[in-house]
Design a protein around this ligand. Structure first.
Ligand SMILES: Cc1cc2nc3c(=O)[nH]c(=O)nc-3n(C[C@H](O)[C@H](O)[C@H](O)COP(=O)(O)OP(=O)(O)OC[C@H]3O[C@@H](n4cnc5c(N)ncnc54)[C@H](O)[C@@H]3O)c2cc1C
Length: 498
């Protein structure tokens, strides 16, 4: 006699079987092999993808990750259906119809926190309630639900360090955020899984590199994500603090794309980070998130920046609607210079480290964090262009595009955000280049015109003697750094508090 309820699990940015709160709960309530079975669905949502500027490389990565997910779910007897909802407005109707068609009792999904996504999910819950069906939303994309960690005055944190301290306290209080066991095999449903499309109009390459490169560069699915996490923790996490800022080395985990589509969870990251910390520090006392080896502790802290930015987005939803966190900075009149914007987008600014970063973005759909900071600061301070344009271009091209972190990073660089870089502390791009790419290895990999340039001129080809410089097919910088800096500082100095 079958027991338990039959659930539909709606996958979105959580494309994994292990440690997935919605799937775990649906399977628990279905009562395993003697139960009523579990059905899964992913909605291809071209309207949403277009409205939110999903990069083709990210859509391609999602499709490839879905193929892995579908195979893994099939091993648990859970069919993954692939349906289309042209616009977000169609989603509630599609889901209610699916639940009815497959005799499901309820819907489970993991929360997404952007304003439009939260509205969409509220509409789904309303539609289910109107149809006398149940829909459950779970916390999964981050470790702690936004709002659970607040300042002494009950507000959302706006500065990272006190947020992190409060997170550690909360972690101790709730006994950590353990990962969830992988679900067991469920009862057969007799429903066939859908074929997973290999491509979609939204995954068509538009830049200089194509699918073959994407697919070699970024293997998809949760097994690849876990392999990468394990490898990073075994080989590199201990030296992370020393190597993380050097784009010419493989010093970081390169897991952001997996976190963005949910082929790995932040809980899994913290668990493995803690394990690495404990392995390096036998008998470690105190909270292993914050005590122990500098490498793991620093990496854990970076993972928590992502958590912080999601909490900020929920506490201050304006940041998700093209508005500045520091409201008074909305009075800034940014430059309107299409020529500068184009040069930056194409990686032809004449500043090697900036061009290397932008060409890495165009080739790989990814950029090293230090270089993201450099190119964003150059964009917003030296070019004095509106951070919203840079934010958009990043999302349109990043495989790891994630609104909360992207917006956080851009507003940090523009000095308009939470915990932002003070407006008068503008990176000297050339010093950054010399410090973090000392031998020019990173620049030479991406700016091929400069590959034969030797010595410090790799950072600033204008230092080359006239004849040598004239032989380079490489643009000259378009702005005077000193004047640009003065202009930016002046514009911020004139702002009035709101
Ligand atoms: C202008 C700008 C835009 C950015 N846009 C995005 C984006 O769209 N998506 C995105 O995931 N990250 C973004 N970041 C943050 C960061 O650059 C990337 O997360 C990081 O480079 C990914 O590489 P990794 O996985 O090797 O990171 P690691 O150094 O190994 O860090 C581990 C994880 O911690 C998180 N993390 C690390 N640094 C940050 C940070 N500064 N802010 C938030 N989370 C962080 C990421 O999820 C990352 O995968 C942006 C940063 C800046 C300055």
């Amino acid at each position: 006699m079958a027991q338990g309820v039959r659930s539909l699990v709606w996958f979105r940015s959580d494309l994994r079987v292990a440690d997935n709160a919605a799937l775990f709960e649906a399977c628990r309530r279905a009562s395993g092999a003697s139960g009523n079975g579990v059905v899964a669905v992913f909605l291809i949502s071209p309207g949403e993808w277009a409205a939110h500027d999903f990069a083709p490389i990210k859509v391609d990565f999602i499709l490839r990750s879905l193929a892995v997910l579908s195979a893994d779910l099939a091993k648990l007897n859970i069919p993954l259906l692939i349906e289309t909802a042209k616009t977000p407005k169609d989603i509630p109707g599609v889901l209610v119809a699916l639940v009815k068609k497959h005799a499901c009792d309820e819907l489970h999904f993991n929360k997404e926190y952007e304003v439009n996504e939260a509205k969409r999910d509220a509409a789904v819950i309303d539609a289910f309630s109107a149809a006398r069906l149940k829909a459950y939303a779970h916390t999964d994309q981050i470790c702690v639900e936004p709002g659970e960690i607040r300042t002494g005055e009950g507000r959302f944190f706006t500065i990272y360090s006190p947020f992190k301290r409060a997170f550690f306290k909360h972690w101790d209080k709730i006994g950590g955020c353990p990962t969830l066991a992988k679900p067991s095999r469920q009862a057969e449903t007799g429903i066939a899984p859908s074929p997973v499309p290999e491509t979609h109009a939204a995954s068509e390459p538009t830049g200089p590199s194509g699918r073959d490169h994407w697919r070699t560069r970024w293997p998809a699915g949760e097994h690849e994500a876990m392999k990468r996490l394990r490898q990073f923790c075994a080989d590199s996490i201990v030296s992370y603090k020393d190597r993380r800022d050097f784009p010419g080395t493989d010093g970081t985990s390169m897991l952001s794309h997996h976190l963005a589509v949910g082929t790995i969870s932040p809980r899994q990251c913290l668990e493995k980070g803690i394990e690495a910390n404990l392995a390096a520090n036998k008998g470690l006392k105190g909270n292993p998130l914050e005590n122990g080896s500098p490498g793991p502790v620093h990496w854990i802290s970076e993972v928590l920046w992502r958590e912080f930015y999601v909490h900020v987005m929920v506490g201050f939803p304006r940041v998700c609607m093209h508005r500045a966190f520091q409201v008074n900075t909305e009075a800034i009149v940014w430059n309107d210079e299409p020529k500068l914007l184009e040069a930056w987008k194409q990686g032809r600014t004449g500043v090697p480290i900036v061009d290397a970063g932008m060409r890495q973005l165009l080739r790989d759909g990814w950029m090293h964090n230090r270089v993201r900071m450099i190119v964003a600061m150059y964009f917003t301070k030296d070019y004095f262009l509106n951070w919203r344009l840079g934010e958009k271009f990043f999302i349109q091209n990043l495989i790891d595009g994630f609104l909360a972190s992207n917006n956080g990073g851009w507003q940090w660089s523009a000095s308009t955000g939470t915990d932002a870089a003070p407006y008068f502390r503008i990176f000297n791009t050339y010093n950054q280049s010399e410090k973090f790419d000392p031998d020019g290895k990173y620049i030479r990999e991406f700016v091929l015109e400069l590959r034969d340039v030797q010595g410090p001129a790799i950072h600033d080809p204008e230092q080359l003697p006239g004849l040598l410089r004239s032989r380079l097919d490489y643009p000259k910088p378009l702005v005077d750094r000193v004047k640009a800096r003065e202009k930016a500082i002046d514009a911020f100095r004139k702002l009035r508090p709101v």
